[in-house]
Design a binder for this molecule. Structure first.
Ligand SMILES: [Zn+2]
Length: 461
């Protein structure tokens, strides 16, 4: 039998194990997996001496905040494919009714993404909570975000008639718990009373005193202490538990102590998914400058080591990036706490996990697949359509060469961002081919997928 596309000679890796096998693709699905050399195809990719993984999923991006969604959908999905990412989850928040706002947003996405995507909506008001059933039914969106960092400032920042206090969050979780479909609640852990007291709230415009001395990265770490994240994560998870809600997902865990507390809660039977980001695993405070302004901030080497251990032992189960596409000129030259927050990092997600996780022996390749794809698909309700190499699933896969070393430059990454927080770093372990929806989307440095070839993933699957 002959297929559209065959990936031959590689070692297939799923979260539960690996095997030497060929993989046959027909249209946009995996049609067969079998003995090496057993399939003919219109095109055969030779994956000898390389590994074939399920396409990586970055569940945590912020496309459309510094540029239009149309622009980011095009350029950032191009960059994603360079790094083996074939699905992204983009966070979006805006006041006003989502059931009206989203039509334009879907249209911009549909015309521009080069791989599949899903959205998570940040709720900002009681009206948004009332809309949840319609959002799920009509828009196929089952994931949401509770931004603890907007507590008390939502009125000033968004013009909504809501301060996003805990009584509002309580209603939010109850509304999710009352649905009969699985949902995901991304939760930004931050005790904003504590962080606001230590520095001015970074989400409000504040006139800076021009004579004030330069505040470096340490100033950022001091205003966002680790325990303010840890305490908030526990408080949010406790509220979810009171309502028997099992979709609680702690985004971007930056602190070792948050991961340690998460382990204790999980071992007492609490259903909480923990995500960390590649910058907390591969950078330390001393290596950071204004390019790396992000909330929560990058912490010490000790924190980094604990996060790796908590990935290895299963406590932290997914990786995201908090990716956004901004420009160096908008960031460099300011005090660290005043520089534009966020940086680009989806394309380096999988290569950094391979380089600093697998190639250093911290985690197995199977664990790397779990945290970059399989667990992510399960946590965001994309599984089994996404997240594994199995017959009948979407043909999203990536062929990686664990021995290839490249130095990070913006040109390699092909984002619209003209810098990378990892610029100059040598990373070992890169995709040679990325296949999205059954088509060769990236090959040897060149992105082949056209804008508009990706689709929204309607959930629940
Ligand atoms: Zn984020």
């Amino acid at each position: 039998m002959s297929y559209d596309l065959v990936v031959s000679g590689g070692t297939l890796v799923n979260a539960h194990g690996r095997m030497d096998a060929d993989i046959a693709i027909e249209e946009d699905s995996i049609a067969a997996i079998g003995k090496r050399g057993s399939f003919g195809g219109d095109r055969i990719i030779d994956a000898s001496d390389r590994y074939v993984l399920p396409g990586a999923i970055d569940p945590h991006t912020h496309h459309g905040i510094y540029n239009s969604l149309a622009a980011d959908g095009d350029t950032e999905s191009r960059s994603d494919l360079v790094g083996g990412v074939t699905t992204i989850g983009n966070f979006f928040r805006r006041p006003g009714p989502y059931t009206e706002i989203m039509a334009d947003y879907f249209e911009e996405a549909e015309a521009n993404y080069r791989h599949d995507y899903f959205f998570s909506l940040g709720l900002l008001s009681y009206e948004h909570i009332d809309e949840i059933p319609q959002i799920v039914d009509e828009l196929g969106i089952t994931s949401f975000k509770w931004y603890m960092n907007y507590k008390y400032v939502a009125t000033e920042k968004f013009g909504v008639d809501c301060e996003m206090r805990d009584d509002w969050g309580d209603a939010f979780i109850q509304a999710l718990a009352n649905l009969d479909v699985p949902t995901t609640l991304g939760y930004h852990s931050e005790n904003v009373e504590i962080t606001s007291a230590l520095g001015e709230n970074p989400y409000l415009e504040v006139e800076r005193d021009e004579n004030q001395e330069y505040r470096g990265y340490e100033a950022l770490v001091e205003s966002f202490p680790d325990y303010a994240e840890t305490q908030s994560m526990i408080a949010g998870a406790a509220l979810a538990r009171q309502h028997d809600y099992d979709g609680f997902y702690a985004v971007h865990i930056s602190a070792g102590r948050t991961a340690d507390e998460l382990a204790k809660l999980q071992s007492s039977g609490w259903s909480i998914t923990g995500e960390t980001c590649t910058h907390y695993l591969t950078l330390t405070t001393e290596e950071c400058d204004e390019r790396h302004n992000v909330n929560p901030p990058v912490r010490s080497a000790r924190n980094q080591e604990i996060l790796w251990q908590r990935i290895a032992d299963g406590t932290i189960s997914t990786i995201g990036t908090d990716h956004c596409a901004n420009l160096a000129e908008d960031k460099i030259g300011d005090d660290v706490p005043d520089s534009l927050p966020g940086f680009p990092s989806t394309a380096t997600m999988l290569p950094l996990i391979l380089s600093e996780g697998v190639n250093t022996g911290r985690i197995s390749l199977e664990r790397a697949v779990a945290i970059t794809s399989t667990n992510t698909a399960k946590a965001w309700n994309l599984y089994p359509q996404k997240g594994s190499l199995e017959v009948g699933t979407d043909a999203d896969l990536v062929v990686v060469d664990l021995d290839e070393t490249r130095t990070v430059t913006p040109e390699v990454l092909q984002s619209s961002a003209d810098y990378s927080p990892y610029e100059g770093r040598e990373i070992t372990g890169w995709p040679t081919h990325t296949i999205a929806n059954g088509a060769v989307a990236y090959e040897d440095g060149e992105v082949l997928a056209e804008p508009g070839t990706g689709s929204h993933i309607d959930r629940p699957i």
